[in-house]
Ligand binder design. Structure first.
Ligand code: PMT
Length: 220
């Protein structure tokens, strides 16, 4: 245990989807299972880090003993939990699929069926990762980008806007990548536009590749 690469390091990870309540029984969500984030937490824990895992709703088994799991539902709740622990950590990795918008009003009672059409007004959610990027001091900050078009260009835009050290691009155009699957296929994009492309692997192995890159940055 003496020479684990992340010994004495604190790592924050966001994972899973967010659920944005429409009323007490309905929500706006997405297909994230939380797997990618849970594997990152397991890898960081195995490397000796003190891990806080902030997760939206998932059906995954509890992470290993020693990983601090904070369960949240909405983007606002995830924002509050993440911004509260960020000042204390050395590394933060945002793998959650956060809803960009939430219903302006979350009805207190179940909405009844009436007219032929109905409109749902949405308001913007806080951008958790951008906010961490703004308050970043010594931390290493990693984001994900899930893209369907102009992938590298969009990912580089997010890397810069959110003040990241690198961004993990996964594409919905690659079979076996992205949501739900046991596998993922990623490219790591850096501030100097250097790109490291990896083959299709299990999310466990992808998590280890990402962690190895973080360890390189820490030891720089
Ligand atoms: O959970 P799995 O089923 O294993 O799937 C994994 C995954 C596909 C969800 C994961 O690998 C992934 O790509 N996560 C990010 C998905 C995403 O919503 O990306 P984005 O391009 O919308 O967001 C860019 C970055 O900003 C992400 O790091 C995201 O966590 C962060 N973000 C976005 C919006 C917001 N309001 N707050 C944020 O922090």
């Amino acid at each position: 245990a003496e020479n684990l690469p992340l010994r004495n390091k604190k790592v924050l990870i966001t994972a899973g989807p967010t659920y944005e309540a429409i009323d007490p029984v309905r929500f706006i969500g997405n297909h994230s299972s939380g797997k990618m984030g849970f594997e990152l937490a397991a890898a960081a824990h195995a490397a000796g880090a003190e891990v806080t895992l902030i997760s939206g709703p998932t059906h995954l088994e509890k992470p290993a003993e020693g990983i601090k799991l904070v369960r949240v539902q909405s983007a606002v709740e995830m924002f509050e939990a993440a911004t509260a622990s960020f000042p204390e950590v050395d590394v933060a990795i945002a793998s959650a699929a956060v809803s960009d918008y939430r219903p302006k009003i979350s009805a207190t009672q179940k909405i009844k069926k009436s007219a032929e059409t109905m409109e749902l007004q949405l308001v913007k959610n806080p951008d958790i990762l951008a906010s961490l990027g703004e308050s970043k001091q010594h931390q290493i900050l990693i984001g994900f980008a899930l893209e369907t078009e102009n992938e590298e260009e969009n990912a580089l835009g997010k890397l810069r806007r959110k003040n990241l050290d690198f961004i993990v691009l996964n594409s919905l155009n690659d079979a076996g990548a992205g949501f739900k699957a046991e596998t993922n296929k990623v490219k790591l994009l850096f501030k100097d536009e250097k790109v490291k492309a990896f083959s299709l692997k299990s999310k466990k192995e992808v998590a280890q590749d990402i962690l190895n890159e973080i360890i390189l940055l820490i030891n720089e």
